[in-house]
Design a protein around this ligand. Structure first.
Ligand SMILES: Cc1cc2nc3c(=O)[nH]c(=O)nc-3n(C[C@H](O)[C@H](O)[C@H](O)COP(=O)(O)O)c2cc1C
Length: 303
């Protein structure tokens, strides 16, 4: 195989683990092809390890309010300038395929261009919501299995020299993404309103250990929230006692992670769930999965 890169490094920020799962799928697929792939989770890092010379750089993040999360952008700013137009690709993870999500990587792309990176792909994976409401087991299973297929597909495309032409996101997506940048200061403010139900809390430390931006500290028998909350929902989702209230968003909490392994083993779940005949609100997913089905068929990848 005549490759345009010698190894792969994936930088990811993930709140509740969906982006990490997708990154692990991508990593496994590169490794299956005998290509070395390193995964760097950037949340708590003080300094970012720079990409090895000649490596393909992948950058993954969950879409937050139609934008890239603050910790991801902060880390990417510390990426040093590439001397020989290093190749990179972006993978965004979000709960729905609305076109409004299409401008989420615009700031990141601008930054990468300034640092002399050449983008080979901008991919969008769907994984279930970690805020607003919980997706059904059947939909979570559908998304996870398609993400497995899509991760194989993008590794095929990237190793074949992906011919990427940036799609222009609709103007309204740019406008909404710009307006919703307010989410960044709002996340910090809202983070100060987080509360713990002391009757339920057992001080088990799951929130403190897992917060991807180290914003939580247990001290003197109390859970303290500092001022760097990225509103990623890790603490709310993973608290085993459902003891955390998330400020102004308290009615949008999703508690308990999605049990993907159990779901993929459960043969009683309908699959594929999204088809041309899908009705109701789930119709919003049809086009996304039809397009993906076509591409998967081109590469003879089964989900
Ligand atoms: C604060 C916040 C804002 C979000 N905004 C969007 C959004 O604009 N569009 C979308 O499709 N999903 C949105 N989501 C859903 C996440 O992108 C989705 O659940 C993703 O799978 C989470 O990935 P993670 O587990 O790696 O954090 C949002 C989630 C959070 C916590």
């Amino acid at each position: 195989m005549d490759l345009a890169f010698s190894s792969v490094i994936l930088y990811t920020f993930s709140g509740t683990g969906n982006t990490t799962k997708v990154a692990q799928m991508i990593k496994t697929n590169f490794e299956t092809k005998g290509i070395e792939c390193r995964l760097v989770e950037i949340g708590k890092l003080e300094t970012l390890p720079q990409p090895p010379e000649g490596a393909l750089v992948g950058i993954g993040f969950p879409i937050h309010a139609f934008n890239a999360p603050t910790p991801l952008m902060r880390a990417m700013r510390s990426l040093s300038e590439s001397l020989d137009s290093q190749k990179c690709f972006i993978f965004k993870v979000s709960g729905e395929p609305l076109k409004l999500n299409n401008a989420a990587a615009k700031g990141l792309k601008r930054l990468l261009k300034r640092k002399n990176y050449e983008t080979m792909g901008d991919y969008h994976f769907l994984m279930p919501y970690n805020i607003w409401f919980r997706y059904s087991d059947a939909l979570a299973n559908h998304m996870y299995r398609y993400a497995l297929g899509q991760s194989r597909l993008i590794v095929e495309e990237l190793t074949n020299g992906a011919n990427y032409t940036p799609k222009r996101a609709p103007l309204r997506a740019h406008a909404v993404a710009t307006v919703l940048k307010i989410q960044k200061p709002a996340a910090k403010l809202n983070g100060r309103l987080y509360k713990v139900d002391r009757e339920k809390c057992t001080l088990c430390g799951v929130c403190e250990r897992g917060c991807p931006v180290a914003n939580i500290e247990i001290k003197d028998g109390k859970v303290n929230f500092h001022k760097h909350c990225a509103m990623c929902m890790y603490c709310a989702m993973y608290c085993p006692e459902d003891a955390i209230s998330i400020g102004l968003l308290k009615y949008w909490k999703v508690n308990g992670p999605y049990p993907y392994t159990r779901l993929t083993d459960d043969k009683s779940l309908p699959f594929p769930l999204i088809t041309a005949k899908t009705k109701g609100i789930r119709k919003i997913f049809i086009k996304h999965y039809q397009r993906l089905d076509q591409k998967l068929a081109e590469y003879k990848i089964e989900v």
